[in-house]
Design a binder for this molecule. Sequence first.
Ligand code: DGJ
Length: 746
Amino acid sequence: MITYYENERLFKLDTPNTSYLIGIVDEENFVGHIYYGKRLLDAEASYLLRTQELPYVPSKNNRERGAFYDTFPFEYPTGGVGDYRESCLSIRTEGGHAGSMLSYVSHEIMAGKPGLTGLPATFGSDKECETLKLVCEDVYVGMQVELLYTAFSDVDVITRSVRVVNKGKEPFYLTKVYSACLDMDNRDYDMITLHGSWARERHIQRKPLGYGIQRTSSFRGESSHQEHPFLALVDRHTTQEQGEVYAMNFVYSGNFCAQAEVSQFDFVRMSMGIHQENFCWKLSPGEDFQAPEVVMVYTDQGLDAMTGTFHSLYRKHLLRGKYKDKKRPILINNWEATYFDFDTKKLLAIAREASALGIEMLVMDDGWFGNRSFDGCALGDWFVNEEKIDGGLAHLVEEVNKLGMKFGIWFEPEMISPDSALYREHPDWAIAIPGRPGTQSRQQYVLDLSRKEVVDCIYGMMSAVLRSANIEYVKWDMNRQLTDIGSAALPPDRQGELYHRYVLAVYEMQNRLIHDFPDLLLENCSGGGARFDPGMLYYSPQIWCSDDADAVERLAIQEGTALLYPLSTMGAHVSDCPNHIVGRVTPFHTRAAVALAGTFGYELDVTKIAREEREEIPRQVALYHKYNDLVREGAYYRIASYSQNHHYDCWQVVSEDKRESLVTFVQVMTRANHKSRRILLKGLDEKRRYRIYVEGQKPEREDGELVYSGDTLMKAGILVPDMLGDFQAKLIHLVAEESEKKGQVE
Ligand code: DGJ
């Protein structure tokens, strides 16, 4: 709910458990941030703007206008006239000047949530959310800035975005446009970010917030393996179960910057938006620029509650398409099975064996097109290599379909190999700085998607392949980051737009794809998980989490990913051993237990693995069918983190009605001569009694294992005996007694 208090000149945005207050101040109509936190009953907190203290407001003390600018908690700070903290908006006029300051002009409160032109964004019906549009201006620049806030009524989320319009007579340049800012008092915060590398994505980092600017960012042209468009400030005593959390997540897949700055007076400014590096957007009179959306979550119930809020928001208000709430087909991908060395015969041999074991879809990965026999050529030549795919693609797909399996295919549409027919014909289609040799990465360049003819040509080739056979899944890959930012088609004063135009074009292409092929299951991927972000989730309900599918490496990767994103979105497979990335050998059942926390599938040559492993696959397939509804739809709780304790990992999912729960326990390192571990469960109904089953273990009693109340299981916990050997896993299933009686749960 959003209310405007006219006398107080104050806006109050309420979600079920939080309030957000904005005040209009002084005759110059500065827009101030008053409060964000636990829900307030009234709207009396404008004293927090500290306008009754020195330096007061400029109309009372113009002598210290600079001090006012440098201390006032702005909703959307601008730079160049006195606020020395990190600003959200920087401009350059034709005269080369940079200063700006915003004043409130008008507002509109509307039911629902408008879409953002060209950009992914969360959505909600008129009943589920309300939106405030604050219109501000800088008359000296001729600039109008619209601040958009949406408050949801079913989740504790406020989203923000910004639109800048040139209302003047001369062009000006946007050199920075962030999307959200929170000016707060510093209360001894820790800062949580996600960091990583290829094959090591989204590890959680927590560290104390100190003075100055602390930042996490990417200007690699994508959200990246290395850092993540997420930032949380949490009370130093916040745990999984309790304590304050302020979190921001960016619904964008390109360059980003997320930062917290503690200033001289112990104020903290938290902000997020498109990275400033090489960003310069020309706004001619009448033109506008839409900045992407930031999702803000506040809770005083700890990190589990923050996670629950993000998961609910993304499930209900971001994911789209036929598969968003559906069980996904169990796939087998040939990448680690064959790499580039495959043909129709090999693929069909894998498919035959896989279908007999219950696997539901064959995905043909990189190497089926042009003359691609290794990773150094043919990107851009999207026509089937019939020497490999002898008999043609339609034939292969028909044969796979005859086995009762679906068929999926891999593309890397954003790239061009210097050794390709496409590059020979259109060398200027690669992003490059004129006269300077481009930096190759995986022996490839990035296509200049800011050019419509490039997008149309690639999309044309892709869609022709997709129409040529019954293809039901696409893996959209992107295997290098951007360098040498230059477009042969943009004028010099618009080269700084290329990074963002590139991302907009990726969105446009994916939009076209899901519009033209509405039944397609799209999985995004970027050299593993370099573009696992809410922006891409708007187009694909799942994203390949990491090229590292080792069960132990995946614990930290999936823990960090699940901190924000629903388990249904995490691409996770059982892969071959010794693991191709780290060489580790883990038991087959442990690899499955970890992959069951995601979309689930296989990434190995099923004709070559050990017989015992092959025989285990139907049991794993059965586990997927038994538990996937729970995993996809249930509430997720983090019980223990291997990254923190270096011994074991544990997470839990609980059905919405709390009648059923699955606990996954992974004992990474075994211990000599130890007692069992005590695990406190979460999210259960304290009054219900739960029967406990351990997968693969015969119950000690005929009617299942022990029965305990949810109260006992959550407060006193369960005991998990140590297992013999490293890398062992246990799936513990809890079923509420009366559900069993009613036959609601098998
Ligand atoms: C990177 C992906 O993450 C892999 O799964 C595979 O598709 C390769 N690219 C193919 O080049």
